[in-house]
Design a protein around this ligand. Structure first.
Ligand code: DUC
Ligand code: ZN
Ligand code: ZN
Ligand code: ZN
Length: 490
């Protein structure tokens, strides 16, 4: 039989197993079969020798901000997804973001389709950011978006004046997401604590980038995390708490999971590797690392993030790619006007879409901090299951042939120190500048097509090859029909 691609002698790593000497056979964008000694049975239009190399499922980055109005100097779908494939990510979930004044979600989703159509190098889907959850939107529009658009998740903010929902609004949203089987993602920080501290710091002229971290202490994340877990328990719905950064907050997630509540959480590369001293850089350079929740002061918090990756507290490991250019008046330098600093005006967020997978491979798997199976689970399999991507997230017959082929340990890649000019985003810095990498995706394959070839041409995929993905329900968790008392939220 003639097939499109055979990858020979791969060491296939999935979330459960490491399988040596595998031939992976690809036909019509999908994995047809894999096993030992298969290559002789097929005539392949293209072969790749992966002798001694790990092959892992294409990365799924389930938290990416592209072309949002609130970051005018960030990445577009074209530049962001170009960087994704260069770093072994074949699917992203970006946000279609409702403004407080938007009375309908349909034009919002249409607008994000316009921004992404024909622009994407990788497959993509949308989460909805809900900032104006009116009864019409919750009862009439959300069901249509779930059914027709395959948008099966929303993100809510507990902080930021233009975005935040108060608890009773969160309960309103949860009523609908519960009925529709959607996953509810939450940015958990206590808004009043942050605003109040920010005002005091401004009165005291403590406005350098470093004070952004001071204005958002661990306890603000801790309180909001516990609160939203309580709201979730009241409503009996699965949630995912995004971009977690602190040990005390993660402990609430762990405890809730031990009680079998359907609480999921996510952490990001920057919370594993960087502390808040990064915000102290000279010449306003600290602004490069302003994100929310902020980088933490204490190594204890970074250690807790690693521990949470290993022990299952964190379901997903996402980039939270939310970049702004540094040297631009609407970028990070918005917080520096005529020599006067104002951390409040620095756009929040870091670039990290291209580096997410290699950072965890090189800095986690190769440093024996996590197993390769755990790496696959966090970077690909769990995001697929949590967000209803039923053809993605593992290497098995019938699944999309989304694959990353690493450099083999026998023919090692020359280790290198990362510089921003090696990356493919449209951002003028990377917080990972200077970090040593001992491996990097040699090839990235999306639905059977080579889209990244590090030795021959780099980006070889086409803009527009990436497809919009309609998603289904989460297969990781659902309501349990367990309630706090006789009250039912429906
Ligand atoms: N939340 C995000 O999810 N990304 C960037 C900034 C923020 O607060
Ligand atoms: Zn957030
Ligand atoms: Zn607490
Ligand atoms: Zn984000």
């Amino acid at each position: 039989m003639e097939v499109d691609l055979v990858i020979r002698n791969a060491t296939v790593a999935t979330a459960s197993d490491i399988l040596p000497n595998q031939d992976i056979v690809v036909k019509d964008e999908r994995i047809l079969c894999l096993g030992q000694g298969l290559s002789a049975l097929f005539k392949a239009r293209r072969e790749i020798d992966a002798e001694g190399a790990f092959v892992t499922p294409g990365g799924i980055d389930s938290h990416v901000h592209l072309h949002q109005d609130n970051s005018p100097t960030g990445d577009t779908f074209a530049t962001g997804t170009r960087s994704a494939i260069a770093g072994g990510t074949t699917t992203i979930l970006a946000f279609a973001s409702q403004e407080r004044t938007d009375e309908s979600l349909f034009p919002v989703v249409e607008e994000y389709h316009r921004r992404s159509a024909g622009q994407s190098y990788c497959d993509y889907g949308f989460h909805l950011i809900l900032t104006n959850p009116t009864p019409k939107i919750l009862q009439q529009e959300l069901p249509v978006l779930v059914k027709d658009e395959g948008i099966s998740s929303v993100k809510l903010y507990m902080t930021y004046q233009p975005l935040k929902l108060v608890d009773r609004q969160i309960l309103d949203v949860m009523t609908s997401t519960r009925a529709l089987g959607m996953t509810t993602m939450v940015h958990a920080e206590n808004s009043d604590m942050i605003d109040w501290i920010t005002e005091r710091l401004e009165e005291r002229r403590m406005t350098d980038p470093y004070y952004h971290a001071v204005s958002r202490p661990n306890i603000a994340e801790d309180e909001a995390t516990y609160r939203v877990i309580s709201l979730s328990e009241l409503m009996d719905i699965p949630i995912l708490i995004v971009h977690m950064s602190s040990k005390i907050a993660a402990a609430h997630v762990r405890k809730a999971q031990t009680r079998l509540l359907p609480i999921h959480a996510e952490t990001c590369p920057h919370y594993l590797f960087f502390k808040s001293d990064r915000l102290r850089g000279e010449h306003f350079e600290g602004a490069k690392c302003v994100c929310s929740p902020p980088l933490r002061e204490d190594q204890m918090d970074l250690d807790a993030m690693w521990q949470g990756l290993k022990n299952g507290t964190f379901t997903t490991f996402s980039s939270d790619h939310a970049p702004s250019k540094f040297d631009h008046p609407q970028g990070k330098k918005a917080g520096l006007v005529n020599g006067t600093t104002s951390f409040r005006k620095i756009p929040n967020g870091l670039p990290g879409l291209e580096t997410r997978v290699p950072v965890l491979f090189s800095g986690g798997v190769l440093k024996d901090k996590i197993s390769i199976q755990k790496f696959v689970e966090l970077t690909s399999s769990n995001p697929a299951k949590l967000y209803g991507l039923d053809k993605k997230g593992t290497i098995a017959p019938g699944f999309d042939a989304d694959l990353v082929i690493w450099y083999p340990s026998s023919r090692k890649m020359t280790p290198f120190a990362l510089t921003n000019d090696m990356l493919h985003h449209d951002i003028d810095y990377t917080p990972f500048e200077g970090m040593e990498f001992e491996n990097w995706p040699r090839w990235t394959i999306l639905r059977g097509s080579i889209v990244w070839d590090r030795e021959n041409g780099g980006i070889v995929g086409q803009m527009g090859y990436g497809r919009y993905l309609k998603r289904g329900r989460s297969t990781l968790s659902k309501p349990r029909e367990v309630f706090v008392n006789e009250f039912r939220p429906y």
